[in-house]
Design a protein around this ligand. Structure first.
Ligand code: SF4
Ligand code: SF4
Length: 402
């Protein structure tokens, strides 16, 4: 059979590939339940070009675990040809990482991330939602908790009232608790930035876990807390904020630094085998939503090439398995997604794997520490500030490694 082209929708009966009631992936226009935006759902032409990009399809080798298979399921749900609480719907809406890698090769412009949010809103409503996801959503909404966990305030210039003329650093919910040094580093790198104390969650966690309405409300509220340009060090939040507030309101840190002409004052040095110092070897783990949602890929690499020997790994753009709350909600699958990447990192003989998202940072730092790897995970902001500290200390390289 000839390879499918973007102009020749493939008619695949789901009872062939998914074991479901008769439904054709190429059959557009069946909209009886009003769950999905018909225009979004109809865009898929079932060509399958997205399959090689999908981490869960790579693991399972099963059509149901692919983007095309999941869109087929969404269409069956919309058409009412499958029971809405059929286990396969629950399983696949949960097994998907939400990494949006399938959007990049798609010739039809399918906005899979939006479809997935709608699917989960419906699928995980009421008692069908994951209780742990509900706890996570609840905790990031508590402003008092966020304020208490804002350790960054002890070290940084914060302001009670935000000024719209200054760029504002967003204190991510997870990052301010797990990696407060990242926010502090970002404040130093973004000269003249404000860090308003009063800022809540951006709502990405809600949108990705079955409550996109609340996710949009929280994003709008954050936009009021932080008027003007919002600079984030969390790639996972970046796409959600840009989608809800407009692309012009959002700058991811590396994007901001490159656009404002950031020049590192030195380089990152490490001990060499002969007792001297050498330029560090570093690689990057992309943030899925930063790469696949906002297509920001060149900027962090450009910054890293300024300060170190950059090594591109084949899997740099594929999900590390963190995927927001996925590593908490589905730890076994998360570890399976991570495993081949971990082998690749350790074989590459790099000193640092650099992250641009706190979830990736936690996932990689934990796994590399458990494997006693010499490779350390570090956020880009922390790495650049270490270079600045070293330059201020005379450039010996001693401040670069701690
Ligand atoms: S979002 Fe990621 S895991 Fe989900 S279907 Fe797309 S590529 Fe596969
Ligand atoms: S999501 Fe895009 S790439 Fe995947 S099958 Fe549909 S049209 Fe093809």
């Amino acid at each position: 059979m000839a390879a499918p082209t973007p102009c020749s929708p493939v008619i695949v009966h789901t009872d062939d590939v998914l074991g479901l009631a008769t439904y054709e992936t190429g059959d557009h226009g069946i909209h009886t339940r009003g769950i999905f935006d018909p225009e979004l759902l109809d865009r898929c032409i079932s060509c399958g070009f997205c399959l090689p990009a999908c981490p869960t399809y790579a693991l399972e080798k099963d059509e149901a675990s692919s983007p095309r298979g999941r869109i087929t399921l969404m269409r069956a749900l919309e058409a009412g040809t499958i029971d809405e609480y059929d286990p396969v719907l629950q399983e696949q809406s949960s097994q998907c990482l939400g990494c949006r890698a399938c959007e990049v090769p798609c010739p039809a412009g399918v906005e899979y991330g939006l479809l997935l949010e709608t699917w989960r809103d419906h699928q995980w409503a009421g008692r069908h939602g994951n209780p742990l996801a509900k706890v996570l959503r609840w905790s990031v909404e508590r402003r008092s908790l966020l304020r208490l966990s804002g350790l960054v305030r002890r070290f940084a210039r914060t302001t009670r009232y935000a000024r719209s003329t200054q760029p504002h650093i967003m204190l991510g919910c997870a990052e301010r608790v797990l990696f407060p040094s990242v926010s502090r580093a970002a404040m130093r790198l973004v000269r003249g930035s404000d860090v308003p104390i009063e800022q809540g969650c951006c709502g990405a966690l809600h949108a990705h876990n079955g409550d996109s309405t609340r996710g949009a409300e929280l994003a709008r509220r954050l936009g009021q807390d932080l008027p003007g340009t919002i600079v984030t060090t969390a790639g996972g939040c970046a796409a959600h904020i840009a989608h809800n507030l407009g692309r012009d309101r959002l700058k991811e840190l590396s994007e901001y630094l490159v656009e404002t002409g950031y020049l590192a004052p030195g380089e990152l040095l490490v001990d060499d085998e002969q007792g001297g110092r050498r330029r560090a070897r570093v690689t990057l783990q992309d943030s899925c939503h930063l790469r696949n949602g906002l297509r920001v890929t060149a900027q962090p690499r450009a910054l890293l090439r300024q300060v170190a020997d950059y090594v591109e790994l084949p899997s740099a753009g594929s999900c590390c398995g963190s995927a927001g709350s996925y590593s908490v909600l589905r730890p076994k699958e998360s570890a399976r997604v991570l495993a081949p990447k971990l082998e690749e990192i350790m074989a590459a003989d790099v000193d640092f794997i650099v992250t641009v998202n706190p979830g990736c940072q936690l996932q990689l730092a934990t796994a590399l520490a458990l494997r006693r790897s010499k490779t350390k995970a570090i956020h880009l902001a922390d790495l650049l500030v270490r270079v600045e500290d070293d330059a201020a200390a005379g450039g010996s390289g001693t401040a670069g490694i701690r």
